[in-house]
Design a protein around this ligand. Sequence first.
Ligand code: HEM
Length: 494
Amino acid sequence: MGNLIPVVVALGAVALAYTLFTNPLSKIPGPLSARFSRIWMVQHSRAGDMHTTMIELHKKYGKLVRTAPNEVSISDPAAIKTIYGAGSKFRKSGWYSVWQGHRTFDLFGERDEKVHGKQRRLVSNIYSLDQLKKMEPYVDSTLTLFLERLGEVGKKGAVDMGKWAQMFAFDVIGEVTFSRRFGFLAAGKDDGSFSAINSALHSAAWIGQTPWLYWLHDFFMPYIGNYLGVNNRNGSLRQFAARECDERKGRGSDHHDMLRALMDVKEQKPEEFDDNGVLSMAASNIFAGSDTTGISIGAVLYNLCKNPTCKEKLLKEIGEVMQNEGLSPMENIPFKVGHAMPYLQACIYEALRMHPAVGMSLPRVVPQEGFEIEGVFLPAGTIIGANPWVIHRQKEIFGEDCDVFRPERWLKGDRSQMDRNFFAFGSGSRTCIGRNLSWIEMTKLVPSLLMRFDIELAHPKDKPEQHCWWFVKREGLDMKLTPYIQKIDSPVLA
Ligand code: HEM
């Protein structure tokens, strides 16, 4: 035993010397502990502060930050095209395997670009703007219920807008996908799914940093149970999706919802798209499309409340549009009308720039030939990624005042650079497939809500708490709602 100690010490010294001096990543600055193990990543992913921590680290160290022995975070917008652009050879890292699990059809988690490309082509038309515009009546019916319910609960006191926006987004997804809401708005609460999803997100965020742990846990799960909680995403909402798919198989449908469109693809291409594919897409609508949209709606409303001048400007635009279009405050704004409102659109872009729903790096693997960036050669297999929160705070792209909410930046001058680097929905071949749906929802909800109610933060001096477990959620977004009908000085009714 005594003879082993010097051997272990010597091996340790060699490993340390390699990590500190010879490893090609040793030139890249970053937190000291991140050079030796992935514990730094695990700690911050668990703590839920990755979005703000990475902004600070890039301010301190520059365009490259080493976040683990073989992982680098980048803030260089020029590299985004190479890493994420169409035809990129940088595939998704093992982090995503934790989300994919054993599913063979999983657009978000699939790491083989060829398989992904084939699968995405099967369904992409369903998510095109032209197809999704046909879903507007489904969004409208849920929006009408949302506004009615806010009128009722708003009378009793402050409304947790983060939670109500989340319930709206879930019910819309239920309606457009299955022609059936989850019933959260009607009940004024969820069925326990939100905390199950939160716990799945929390565990996946950090376990994804050590995927081997997930697969070990997966192997032992029949004996130890779902100890890490990652698979909680297979809870009541996935069962809801599975039940709806099963029922639909039996009876078909005259509803032109997304499930019907997915089943049409299955009928046309049964070899490539089977029942698993249908369920996977229907369930991913729920998991990828609800929290994200709820968070983004919350971000628009929060920033408008925090910046009353912007809110007034938007109200003026809404008032003019209502007059020109002959709309009553009791109607919902049609998407076509909202889409043509420049200030509204600028407010949505700016809120998603300030608060992108995803707050962690979108990790990719350096391909066989390696990758040179900022004079450093990254060997094949290095994990590299950009965090939307970091990219959106780049002064050379978004301006010196990029820490401030200023929708006007999207309206004046050439915005092509900002558009190219708008990273809230990712980029390239793996960009968000549901972006159009969430844009329809936001474009309709924000002005329709502001036409009916004056909104204010209930506790303007408090900073709402945020935690980043992949998604960055704001807690306690309490707002006071005053129906305009009670206000004689309403800017929209003036
Ligand atoms: C404001 C709302 C939304 C935001 C901010 C958002 C954000 C994102 C981001 C950042 C990605 C890229 C992830 C990566 O590269 O790792 C992504 C992918 C994805 N999103 Fe969204 N999303 C939103 C709404 C939706 C909706 C409404 C749906 C479905 C109805 C959806 C379904 C998906 C799917 C399936 C993927 C994987 C796409 C692929 O790899 O081919 N998302 N989303």
